[in-house]
Ligand binder design. Structure first.
Ligand code: NAI
Ligand SMILES: O=C(O)C1=NCCCC1
Length: 308
């Protein structure tokens, strides 16, 4: 009989997951995904159930990596609620299974995983697509994703200035220039991260410096926007998953912008990184990113517990 599943909650996931181990694994997984080899990796577009009464959605995000022996799914609830609610916008649980028998090996907190893997993938987009010598980072949003993005961008890069809207200085532990408007925060910035719950454009192309890189993380529904048409049409657009972007991104669907490439295509060398141009990385989030993160957490958990 299989062992009962282990439960790994938030504090422990926080202790076990490290960007320096997560990022290289995510890069490999993004590359594998973009080869579209179903003998290696299967990850359908997320199934989303509207929770109409509560202005939210439940997403189911399965992934299977055959050669890595990883089978998982995340359940994630996310909410529009622009009412200043103190509840998190995103709540998630990841279930890791044994692909050989289908038994559940671990049930773990998915919020830390979601925060960290999303921020790590944005950092990978910046590594691939921002101009060399980028000095100014602007972060729009002051919530959980804003904090995880701040942390990983500080760990990976050396920006001279980080700008954000008032409120960002509260969660983060380093210096931030507090700005009174989005325009003030983004004008002249080399890299802009949008991590808001907005459903209408908040970042306008006319404010974005030519050659800047934008990692656009919010607006994950086909009728939600963070970026305006000007920016979407001027920029070279990259996505984590082309199918995900075409099904779920209001910024892509409603602007009519084309997805030029996936990050995995750039990693695989099959599509160029247009660092010299204005670039948008449209992030929707992928089950395979959760799968890689959950495997790392579980492996670390096993290593620790075998020593006890
Ligand atoms: N692409 C991906 O893989 C993922 C995307 N997300 C999305 O990222 C976004 C941020 O998530 P969290 O940080 O967890 O949410 P959160 O609720 O912690 O923070 C949301 C932030 O948006 C700000 N905001 C809301 N309306 C705004 C407006 N009109 N202008 C400027 N800022 C505004 C709020 O002040 C808050 O700082 C959400 O849209 C969420 O659905 C979350 C997880 C993964
Ligand atoms: O990938 C995820 O996890 C999410 N993506 C968009 C909405 C919130 C959760």
């Amino acid at each position: 009989m299989a062992n009962p599943p282990v439960i790994i909650w938030k504090d422990e996931v926080e202790r076990l997951l490290r960007y320096r181990e997560l990022i290289p694994r995510l890069e490999v997984a993004l590359g594998k995904f973009s080869w579209r080899d179903s003998a290696e990796l299967i990850q359908p577009v997320r199934t989303t159930v509207p929770l109409q009464k509560h202005d939210g959605f439940m997403g189911l995000m399965p992934a299977y990596m055959e050669n890595d022996g990883v089978l998982s799914t995340k359940f994630v609830c996310f909410y529009k609620r622009e009412d200043g609610s103190t509840l998190p916008a995103t709540q998630a649980t990841v279930v890791l299974l044994d692909p050989e028998y289908g038994n559940v090996k671990a049930v773990m907190d998915g919020e830390v995983i979601t925060d960290m893997r999303t921020a790590a993938v944005s950092a990978i987009s910046a590594k691939l697509l921002m101009r060399p010598g980028a000095e100014v980072l602007a972060i729009l949003g002051t919530g959980r994703q804003a904090l995880s993005h701040y942390n990983v961008f500080m760990e990976m890069f050396s920006f001279k200035e980080v700008r954000g809207l008032r409120g960002l200085e509260t969660p983060v532990s380093g210096p931030v220039t507090a700005c009174v408007s989005v325009e003030e925060a983004v004008r002249g910035a080399d890299v802009i991260v949008t991590v808001t719950r907005c459903t209408e454009p908040v970042l306008f192309g006319q404010w974005v410096k030519a050659g800047a890189h934008v990692a656009a993380v919010g607006a994950c529904r086909p009728n939600w926007r963070e970026l305006d048409d000007v920016l979407m049409k001027e920029a070279v657009v990259y996505a984590d998953s082309r199918e995900g972007a075409m099904a779920e991104s209001g910024d892509i669907i409603l602007s009519g912008a084309e997805v030029f490439a996936e990050l995995g295509d750039v990693i695989n060398g099959t599509k160029p990184a247009h660092r010299e141009k204005t670039t948008v990385f449209k992030s929707l989030g992928m089950g395979v990113q959760d799968a890689v993160s959950a495997k790392l957490v579980f492996d670390q958990w096993k290593a620790r517990h075998s020593q006890l």
